[in-house]
Write a protein that binds this ligand. Structure first.
Ligand code: NAG
Ligand code: NAG
Ligand code: NAG
Length: 505
């Protein structure tokens, strides 16, 4: 079990870091309130997320998108509820320094009607004020949409996810009574197995072993999801360990195990990693590195980034040792160093002295980011893609839930598992700056479209829904399972207006 969350980086402690000292106000053209574009899930009442968000693209009066920042304070965003004197909503306007802004807000109470005002020098931008009609629920409100199909439509979930289809296609049916006997026998002694049942939208769990601390992430996403939508009854096993478990061949009897990481030689059902899940749930909460903050901290503009490839991390795999050795022999190509030694004996003559942690946001001072496996897949991949650098990704047998939708040379530059072509690929990127830049942008776009909170909730829901359809016996609250309770009502209790499914249709 990996010790410590986000252990590969130093968490910058405060959101103060989100404001970058980029000069920009004087750059280029002036945005037009009428032409500027605004879009995103945060403008829709029915998309409940821990942190709601939308985008602003500054456009000048001739209709051209701005490509540099018109200044951090260009747009003012106010969110009010006509019926209330105060709204307990925390808003941040994040400057992406490319002419666009990411606006996010976290609601601490539920409101009736929200008006989102977006102003440019006191003039309304685009169709501002945007009006979210009816009850706008906050993350803490336990008010599930009774009809899953309606919820999916509200969320604009994709019809399917290729990885879910692939993972579930291995099972014709799922026999829960059988699994509840066989899976603990096969995997229970590994100390990091959890057995979950969702019944009438309540979550129950039984843990096996002592290393089940990471359960908090699974509990948290299940509770968050069941506050938003009624889940089908279901019963499943989650592996909280690093490595996927089901090594049997497809021709043998395999058991469905949900894991955070998949591999070419195992058949576990993958979910978004605990790291990404946590960052979605705690955006604007206790986690400061998330898929939004990273987009506002992408370092200098592309031409000013350092063309040395960059890597920091710990010694969790042999190839990482090779990488650091390579860096020491080719310092002009590659700056790779260890911040921590834990798995191997530290030989300083080979691998150099340990270096200080670098804030993740500072990674993006460099054009080329290397993603190399740790214990399993390196869970920094979503953040690297979201930044404004190009990712050089090691070929690997390990994968996260979204890798199957990534295309080499489109979203990242592939490198061989043994890193044999790494220097050559860095050289290619240096010689093809325009193309490398395009790949960086495509990676960023991929992250925006597939790895933000709305997509993560859709993924979990579609996975549970697809899995539930395979169940041929009734999900049960088994002996020794305990109820996982929703957090006690927060400061601002909400009233849930939603009725039963038949009233909605
Ligand atoms: C301007 O930005 C918007 C939003 O990102 C994008 O959809 C549009 O294609 C851009 N327009 C041009 C001309 O690049
Ligand atoms: C780029 O980064 C490398 C390695 O971190 C460093 O040695 C070099 O001085 C930097 N180059 C510039 C121009 O800052
Ligand atoms: C794992 O499988 C993927 C997809 O089939 C493939 O592209 C990749 O090369 C494989 N990697 C390893 C190391 O087995």
């Amino acid at each position: 079990m990996t010790l410590g969350l986000f252990s590969w980086l130093l968490l910058p402690c405060c959101l103060g870091l989100l404001t970058h000292e980029i000069p920009g106000a004087q750059a280029g053209s002036v945005p037009s309130a009428a032409k500027t574009l605004v879009w995103g899930p945060g403008l829709e009442a029915n998309i409940v997320l821990p942190a709601r968000f939308f985008y602003i693209q500054a456009v000048d009066s001739s209709g051209k998108n701005l490509t540099t920042s018109p200044g951090e304070k260009t747009f003012e965003v106010k969110i009010v509820s006509p019926a209330e004197q105060f709204t307990r909503i925390w808003i941040q306007v994040l400057d992406r320094h490319d002419g666009s802004f990411l606006v996010r807000y976290r609601m601490y109470a539920t409101y009736t009607d929200l008006h989102i005002h977006i102003l440019l020098k006191n003039k309304h931008v685009a169709k501002s004020p945007f009006i979210l009609k009816g009850t706008v629920y906050h993350e803490g409100c336990d008010c599930p949409q009774p009809n899953g199909a309606v919820w999916e439509t509200h969320m604009h979930c994709p019809r399917s996810f290729p990885q879910i289809d692939r993972d579930l296609s291995r099972y014709a049916t799922v026999d829960l009574d059988l699994n509840s006997r066989e899976i603990p026998q096969r995997f229970g002694q590994r100390q990091s197995l959890c057995h979950y049942t969702v019944k009438d939208n309540k979550v129950y769990v039984k843990t096996f072993g002592e290393h089940v601390g990471f359960r908090i992430f699974m509990d948290a996403i299940l509770l968050s999801l069941t506050r938003k939508v009624k889940l089908p009854d279901l019963e499943f096993f989650v592996n909280l360990g690093d490595w996927p478990l089901e090594k049997r061949k497809p021709t043998e009897k395999i058991h469905p195990i949900f894991s955070w990481c998949g591999s070419n030689n195992t058949r576990d059902i993958v979910m978004p990693t605990y790291d990404l899940t946590e960052s979605v749930l705690e955006t604007m909460g206790r986690v400061s590195l998330d898929m939004m903050s990273v987009q506002a901290n992408t370092g200098p503009p592309w031409p000013d980034k350092n063309a040395t490839a960059f890597w920091r991390g710990r010694d969790s795999r042999q190839e990482r040792l090779e990488l650091v050795k390579l860096s020491r022999s080719h310092p002009n190509m590659l700056d790779a160093a260890f911040t921590n030694f834990f798995f191997f004996k530290h030989d300083e003559s080979l691998y150099g002295p340990l270096v200080k942690h670098v804030s993740f946001f500072d990674f993006f001072k460099y054009k080329y980011q290397i993603n190399i496996d740790g214990t399993v897949a390196a869970y920094r991949m979503p953040y690297l893609l979201a930044g404004d650098s190009v990712v050089l990704k090691q070929d690997s047998a390990y994968y996260e839930h979204f890798y199957s939708e990534l295309r080499p040379w489109e979203h990242y530059i592939p490198i061989r598992a043994d890193l044999g072509d790494l220097l050559e690929r860095i050289k290619w990127a240096r010689d093809h700056d325009e193309e490398a830049r395009k790949i960086a942008l495509a990676g960023q776009q991929f992250a925006r479209n597939h790895l933000m909170g709305d997509s993560i909730f859709c993924y979990y829901y579609k996975l549970f829904e697809g899995y539930a359809r395979l169940q041929v016996t009734e999900p049960k609250v088994r002996k020794d399972m305990v109820l996982v309770e929703q957090p006690a009502d927060d400061l601002f209790p909400c009233y849930c207006h939603r009725k039963r499914a038949k009233d909605e249709l």
